[in-house]
Design a protein around this ligand. Structure first.
Ligand SMILES: Cc1cc2nc3c(=O)[nH]c(=O)nc-3n(C[C@H](O)[C@H](O)[C@H](O)COP(=O)(O)OP(=O)(O)OC[C@H]3O[C@@H](n4cnc5c(N)ncnc54)[C@H](O)[C@@H]3O)c2cc1C
Length: 361
C-alpha cells in the first residue's frame, strides 16, 4: 500500500487539498474526470472569505480579470431594494478559477491525472483503492473525496431530493459592480457581471416548480421565468440575449446537508460539497470548499483522523449554515420580507451577510 494521499475531484476543494499537501512536501495524486476545466453550475460570486483564501493560495483576483462587486440589489414582485455589501466581492468564471487552482497544484508538485473518471472506491488493505473508468486501479493510504455535486458509487452522501441548479451566460445586461438577487417562481436567481463581458445568471429552484422542465431546456423560457418574478428582473433582463444554446443544469442539490462524521470510514476525508452544502447565493460554497480542502490536508499532515476533522468542520460551519438556511427559507417563502428588510435595515442585512460568510479565511 502506497503512503500517498489520493484526491478525487479537481474543483476548489480537491485543488486546495492538493496545493496544501504538495506545498508541505507530500505528493498527492489528484484524479479529475474533465480533461480541461469545464463550466459548472455556479453563481461565481466570490465573497470576502473566498477572496482571502484564494489570495492565501497565491491567486490575485484583480490580475485574473475578476469583476469587483460592491452592491447587492434585491427584487421580488414589485418590491426592490439595495444595500452596499459589507465587503468587496468578486465575479470570476469557474473555468478560469478552477484552471488556475489546478495549475497551482501541479506547480507545487501534485500529480494530476485529468480526463478520466473514477467509477468506484473501496477500503483496501488499511487504505483506499480507486477504480478508474479506463480500468486502472490506484491505491493510497487515504482518500480525499472532492467530487462536489456528484456521487461516487459506494460513497454517496445520504441525502435525498434537492434543488435544481441552472446557469446561463447572458449578453445585453448592464449591472455595473452589483449582484442582483431575484425571487422567481420556485426559488431565486443571482445575476452578476461576468468577467470578459455579459452576465452570469444562476438559479436554484425547487423540484416540481411549474415550468421548470422548459426553463431547464430553453434559454428564452429561463429568462422569461426570472423576468416574471420581479419588476427589477424584468428591467434588468429587458434586452438580455442567451449566450449559450441551452442552460447548464444540475439536479438534486441537497442544500443544508452536513456530514457530521461519527465513526465513518477511517482514512476517508470528505471536502467541499461532499462534506457540507450551503444554500447557494446565501452562503459561499467556494470558500467552504477551499477551507475544507485545506483543513483536511492539515489534518492529514498532523496525523489526525478523518473523524476528528469531520467533527471540527461541522462545528465550525454549523452556525453559518443555519443562518444561510434561514435566509434561503425566507427567500423561498416570503422574499418580499427579505427585500424590504435589506432596504430598511442595511446594517442588519450586512451583519447577516457577514454571518453567512463564516470567517473561514
Ligand atoms: C445553483 C448554484 C449556485 C451557486 N453559486 C455559488 C456562488 O455564487 N458562490 C459560491 O461560492 N458557491 C456557489 N455555489 C456552490 C459551489 O458551486 C460549490 O460549493 C463548489 O463548487 C464546491 O466545490 P467542490 O470542489 O466541492 O466541487 P465541484 O466544484 O463540483 O468540483 C468537483 C469536481 O470533481 C470532479 N468529479 C466528480 N466526480 C468525479 C469522478 N467520479 N471522477 C473524477 N472526477 C470527478 C468534477 O468533474 C469536478 O471538477 C453554487 C451552487 C449551486 C448549485
Amino acid at each position: 500500500m502506497s503512503g500517498r494521499t489520493l484526491i478525487l475531484g479537481g474543483g476548489p476543494a480537491g485543488a486546495a487539498a492538493a496545493i496544501t499537501l504538495a506545498r508541505s512536501g507530500d505528493a498527492p495524486l489528484l484524479v479529475e474526470r474533465a480533461a480541461v476545466p469545464a463550466e459548472k453550475v455556479c453563481g461565481e460570486f466570490l465573497g470576502a472569505d473566498a477572496a482571502a483564501l484564494l489570495e492565501g493560495l497565491g491567486l490575485d483576483l484583480a490580475a485574473m480579470g475578476a469583476v469587483p462587486i460592491r452592491t447587492a440589489l434585491f427584487g421580488a414582485g414589485r418590491h426592490r431594494s439595495q444595500m452596499p455589501l459589507p465587503f468587496v466581492a468578486w465575479s470570476l468564471p469557474r473555468l478560469r478559477l478552477d484552471a488556475a487552482l489546478l495549475d497551482l497544484a501541479a506547480a507545487a508538485g501534485a500529480e494530476l491525472r485529468c480526463g478520466v473518471a473514477a467509477v468506484a472506491a473501496e477500503a483496501h488493505a488499511g487504505g483506499w483503492r480507486l477504480r478508474l473508468a479506463d480500468g486502472a486501479r490506484l491505491e493510497g493510504a487515504r482518500l480525499v473525496l472532492a467530487t462536489g455535486k456528484h456521487e461516487l458509487r459506494g460513497l454517496a452522501r445520504p441525502a435525498t431530493g434537492g434543488a435544481l441548479g441552472l446557469k446561463l451566460a447572458v449578453e445585453g445586461v448592464e449591472l455595473g459592480e452589483a449582484i442582483a438577487l431575484l425571487a422567481c417562481r420556485g426559488g431565486y436567481a443571482g445575476l452578476q457581471p461576468r468577467a470578459g463581458g455579459g452576465a452570469n445568471l444562476c438559479l436554484a429552484l425547487a423540484p416540481g416548480t411549474p415550468g421548470l422542465a422548459e426553463a431547464a431546456r430553453d434559454p428564452a423560457a429561463l429568462l422569461a421565468h426570472v423576468a416574471e418574478g420581479s419588476a427589477l428582473a424584468a428591467g434588468l433582463l429587458r434586452a438580455a440575449r442567451p449566450g449559450w444554446p441551452r442552460p447548464l443544469a444540475v439536479a438534486g442539490v441537497p442544500y443544508g446537508y452536513l456530514h457530521r462524521g461519527g465513526a465513518g470510514s477511517p482514512g476517508l476525508f470528505r471536502v467541499g460539497d461532499q462534506v457540507a452544502v450551503v444554500p447557494s447565493l446565501c452562503g459561499d460554497g467556494i470558500a467552504m470548499a477551499l477551507a475544507s480542502g485545506q483543513r483536511a490536508a492539515a489534518a492529514i499532515q498532523a496525523g489526525r483522523g478523518a473523524a476528528a476533522y469531520h467533527a471540527a468542520w461541522a462545528g465550525a460551519v454549523a452556525p453559518g449554515m443555519r443562518l444561510a438556511g434561514l435566509a434561503d427559507g425566507l427567500m423561498a417563502r416570503a422574499p418580499w420580507a427579505l427585500v424590504r428588510g435589506a432596504g430598511a435595515w442595511p446594517r442588519l442585512a450586512g451583519w447577516a451577510a457577514r454571518g453567512t460568510r463564516m470567517g473561514l479565511a
